[in-house]
Design a protein around this ligand. Sequence first.
Ligand code: ASP
Length: 344
Amino acid sequence: MKRILPCFLLITGMACSNSTDKTSSLETTAGPITLVIHGGAGTIKRENMTPEREAAYHAALQQALDSGYTVLERGGKSLDAVIAAIKVMEDSPLFNAGKGAVFNSEGKNELDASIMDGSNLMAGAVAGVTTIKNPITAAYAAMTKSEHVMLIGAGAEKFAREQNLQTVDPSYFFDSLRYKQWIKAKEAETEKDKTAAEIDPYIKDKKFGTVGAVALDKFGNIAAGTSTGGMTNKKYGRVGDAPIIGAGTYADNTSCGVSSTGWGEYFIRLAVAHDIAALKKYSGLSLQQAADSVVMKKVPALGGDGGIIALDRQGNVSMTFNTAGMYRGYIKKRGEGKTFIYKD
Ligand code: ASP
């Protein structure tokens, strides 16, 4: 049976994994490679955008797609593609992750990230970190270099330093636009300026662009990752869905990979990423049907909002959201990366 399996999977166009050695049996296979990314869902409306800002988002998303796709194209692993794409967005002030992270109620940037390997269900996460330049790399280190899944706060930072990851002074994360948004959010909290939240959709929304990526490599392995600064004016120590495996991130080769963005409290309570994977796996729904059932029905029914990106082993992609917009894009072939912002 072992000798027949790889041939069968090659005919179906899928890569496979051998139970004893995942990589060696896969090197001869070359399934479809795909990368899908998001830069956050929320109240993103044309009327609030300038053409320059729109162009900047498209360019940054393209850069992230290009970076991740280059890894896949060269025969690299989905995990590395996810990290490459997310690092580009973490380094951009346009997104609420890494540089550009939102401020919490004490005026600090506390970052969360997670990553998962769909080939073996290994996962890693960090939460509430303030000095790790690229939290996604710390999530990966937690997965590969520790016996744990999640590390938080000062412990996660100590671990990151031990792993020689790049650390920065917390002031690195200061961004004047995010700071202004936080000040407005604080004002809106008080009776003093109730209208600020109504006038400025960014304040009403409090979500500004969590980032995520899901990749399928030529070996047929799916990986997913998510990174965020959370929600603006969040309470000190608040942890959202992004670093929670099963809520913000999930990957399972036998089902799909998912990265979430939205109102984290709801995504945690509904275990959104895992629910989509479970629906696809156990109920026979297609990837899109599973995503619709959770994002378009369950999340709003509970009062939450947001979106997801997902992909399966056949390279099917879903970018589903119940908000006005979601920064997003996907690529299946060099030069054919597509990026989007609004619903239409
Ligand atoms: N899900 C993130 C959180 O709740 C926020 C976002 O996606 O924008 O922390």
